[in-house]
Design a protein around this ligand. Structure first.
Ligand code: ATR
Length: 279
């Protein structure tokens, strides 16, 4: 007997590595919760191969993609149309594919971070002093949404100071932004410190001066692991008021992508609970 049900819409995350990506689990939980019939897989794609991989996926009926490390900039360059926030971020994490070959590109990372901070953790950013550590693609994607919350100051500090200075210049129209090296924030303290470096991947912590953390500071690592990251341990040892990981951001950016594809907004809380308690 043949299955007469319509073929399921296909979605995927492309990147390298992707084997341990949580996105297939998150999107299948969203789909079940919202009664959407779709299939979501992880596809390993190396640098330089994204255009061909997208074409193949489209020919196989693909409707949308998440793009992860190291392909976010490559996806930006390939996209025919981009949202304003993706345009300025210089990196995309979501593609909406249509069969005519027009791909709309967006970046939902920053919105995911802002929503996690404001909505899930009840943090306010207005008139606060923010420190964003790192100046790669991950940092770049979150600057605009942070500045839209009208902090009194956003300092971007990076191991290679010039990259932070350049990023601060690019986003200065959105609010008071300064770029500098890690040492240059000595003597200053911040209400919120966000780690957007790749250091946690190697179990390392950016070499920040101790002054930046006080007992009122919130510390947020955009990385997520099954145990606290090195940055979270560092923050806790210095008495930070809160030490948060990037799991909420991961689920919230996925919800934004899901909404772009399906026009349905999933409830993220039960999905976060399921990821925290896999058993
Ligand atoms: P991504 O796109 O994930 O942001 P990236 O563009 O390679 O990746 O950027 C990695 C960021 O992490 C950079 O800001 C990098 O600092 P440099 O610009 O000086 O290279 C930062 N980074 C990586 N390892 C680090 C470490 N051990 N200490 C401090 N910063 C680190």
């Amino acid at each position: 007997m043949t299955d007469s049900r319509p073929v399921m819409d296909r979605y995927a995350v492309m990147g390298n590595p992707v084997a341990h990506s949580k996105s297939p689990r998150i999107h299948s939980l969203f789909a079940r919760q919202t009664a959407q019939r779709l299939q979501y897989e992880a596809i390993r794609v190396g640098s330089g191969n994204l255009a061909a991989a997208i074409d193949d996926f489209l020919s196989a009926g693909g409707k949308g993609l998440n793009i992860t490390v190291p392909l976010k900039e490559e996806a930006w360059a390939l996209a025919q149309s981009r949202s304003g926030r993706a345009e300025r971020a210089g990196a995309v994490n979501t593609l909406v594919l249509d069969q005519s070959g027009n791909h709309f590109a967006d970046n939902t990372d920053g919105a995911g971070l802002a929503r996690d901070l404001l909505h899930n953790h009840g943090c306010t950013l207005q008139q606060k002093r923010l420190l964003l550590v790192g100046a790669g693609g991950a940092a770049r994607g979150v600057i605009e949404p942070l500045l839209l919350e009208q902090p009194s100051l956003l300092v971007i500090a990076n191991r290679t100071a010039e990259k932070a200075v350049e990023l601060a210049r690019l986003f200065c129209d959105f609010g008071h932004t300064e770029g500098c090296g890690l040492d240059d924030v000595a003597g200053q303290s911040f209400d919120l410190i966000i780690n957007a470096t790749a250091a946690s991947l190697a179990g390392q912590v950016p070499a920040l001066p101790n002054s930046v953390v006080t007992t009122d500071s919130w510390c947020y690592d955009m990385m997520y692991a099954d145990k606290p990251t090195a940055f979270m341990d560092w923050a806790r040892q210095r008495g930070a008021a809160a030490c948060l990981d990037g799991m909420g951001m991961l689920v919230e950016q996925a919800a934004e992508s899901f909404y772009l594809w399906r026009n349905v907004r999933p409830d993220t809380r039960p999905v976060m609970q399921a990821l925290r308690n896999p058993g």
